[in-house]
Design a protein around this ligand. Structure first.
Ligand SMILES: Cc1ncc(COP(=O)(O)O)c(C=O)c1O
Length: 449
């Protein structure tokens, strides 16, 4: 009979009673399928790790956001925030649903145009828009959200050279009670900088100021901050009309609504603390509706990213090793690391099993496969006894991971889309070594003979 390898015994406390005032920690239910498609089938066909997106969730989220805002305010448009997830298929779903595009670089601008989004349907943000891209966007009729005085001057010059009138908005930063405030972008409101920028545009032959834009930050847990920002923008729009005769057409409140992902610093789960879309909408739309009653006619633009896509994204991953650390803590090594789950530094993802597993739960640390000490996907999570080769599901991971991921030590895996009818298709192929080395150049003199 083969002998089992010897393992140093450890005593693990089993917590069975009340853990704290919120009650007993319950086991997360296994998730076996996504919209009816078995995760095991997806992994068998596309490999592990595997990003999986639910088309149904994306469409449902978008429609819900549209409904909660447009049922409160008559003129609402959404610009899909490309940086949150710019896979073609994901953007195409949002555009099919009626979203415009919000981009922050020449690369994202080109991606939107390539997908067929018309210039006038693009909001072009960001602190750096190279001249060539600025000139093209102005010519194609995009709304250029000006970030600074250098850009204002460049836009005027480039539009004049083309004998066109560029469509523009001013990006603002303001005090809405969110600290630290994102004050590195745009023109400051309280210091008078924003008014000075508007003054320079007033009467400009080649720039038409159509909008005001603010993005307060991301994962904003205080809906009231949007009401403060909207009220300040409404006031500024009135001031610009009085002082310079500028007719502002829209206020863009940016993105920043929280998703259902829990921050490491949060004690309670996001489901209990993240405001609902209704709460954000109530704050923004009440302020804008009042401005309508006061005679202003301002459109509302939103650039919501995270809250529309995070829950639609999952990552299926395999347990490739397990070990007991000297501290007694059990470590699971999975085949997906922080190189593809970049947001694990901030968020406490849910880790679910993909089959019912009975047995006592144990606290584990989940490590990725990178030979880097920082490769920790979850520093602490309770799981039932999982086995080597087990498939786990990490979620929600739809926001910012498939844009901020990097090719570091390992290559990026397949991304699959589960359709509403239960079909599934590859929407980004896993990288191969050729994708990486085809960009490299090895000088002849360095070649090994
Ligand atoms: C200008 C702008 N708009 C929209 C967004 C999307 O934000 P979120 O994903 O938090 O909704 C961002 C993200 O940082 C942004 O910088």
């Amino acid at each position: 009979m083969a002998r089992e390898p010897w393992e140093k015994p450890v005593i693990v406390m089993q917590v069975t009673g009340l853990m704290n005032k919120f009650g007993r920690r319950s086991a997360r239910k296994a998730i076996k399928d996504i919209d009816g498609v078995l995760i095991s089938d997806l992994v068998a066909e596309y490999g592990s790790p595997l990003f999986i997106f639910s088309e149904r969730t994306i469409r449902e989220k978008y429609r819900e956001a549209k409904r909660v805002f447009s049922s409160r305010y008559p003129d609402v448009r959404f610009g899909w925030s490309y940086k949150t997830n710019y896979l073609d298929a994901i953007c195409a779903i949002f555009h099919q649903e009626g979203a415009l595009a919000e981009v922050v670089s020449e690369f994202e601008y080109a991606k939107a145009r390539r997908l067929g989004v018309a210039g006038p349907d693009i909001f072009y943000n960001g602190p750096y828009k190279p001249d060539e891209s600025l000139a093209l966007a102005a010519k194609e009729g995009a709304s250029i959200h000006i970030d600074n005085f250098n850009e204002l001057e460049a836009l005027g010059r480039l539009a004049e050279a083309q004998k066109i009138k560029a469509r523009a908005a001013l990006r603002l930063n303001l005090d809405a009670g969110i600290y630290p405030s994102w004050d590195r972008f745009g023109f400051n409101l309280e210091s008078g900088e924003a008014i000075e920028a508007a003054r320079r545009i007033a009467g400009h032959e080649h720039i038409r100021l159509e909008g005001l834009h603010v993005h307060l930050g991301t994962y904003i847990l205080e809906p009231g901050a949007y009401a403060t920002a909207a009220a300040k923008m409404v006031d500024l729009a009135a001031t610009l009309k009085d002082r310079f005769g500028i007719e502002i057409g829209y206020l863009d409140l940016g993105g920043g609504f929280a998703s259902q992902s829990t921050l490491h610093s949060q004690y309670l789960p996001a489901e209990e603390v993240s405001p609902t879309l209704n709460q954000y909408a109530e704050q923004i739309c009440a302020t804008l509706s009042k401005s309508r009653r006061d005679g202003q006619s301002l459109g509302l633009v939103l650039e919501t990213g995270r809250a529309l896509i995070d829950e639609a994204g999952y990552l299926a991953t395999t347990v490739v090793a397990e070990k007991r650390l000297p501290s007694g803590l059990r470590s699971l090594v999975i085949d997906a690391g922080v190189n593809i789950l970049f947001t694990s530094f901030w968020y406490k993802y849910k880790i679910s099993t993909t089959r019912e597993i009975h047995g006592l739960q144990e606290e584990l640390i989940i490590h990725g496969p990178l030979c880097m000490n920082i490769d920790v996907v979850r520093p602490s999570v309770m799981l039932p006894p999982v086995e080597l080769g087990e498939t786990l599901l990490v979620h929600p991971v739809g926001a910012y991971n498939v844009t901020q991921w990097m090719q570091f030590i390992r290559m990026r895996p397949n991304v699959v889309l589960v359709g509403e009818d239960g079909s599934h298709e590859l929407i980004r192929e896993a990288e191969t070594i050729d994708d990486i080395v085809s960009r490299e150049r090895l000088p002849e003199r360095l070649k090994l003979s």
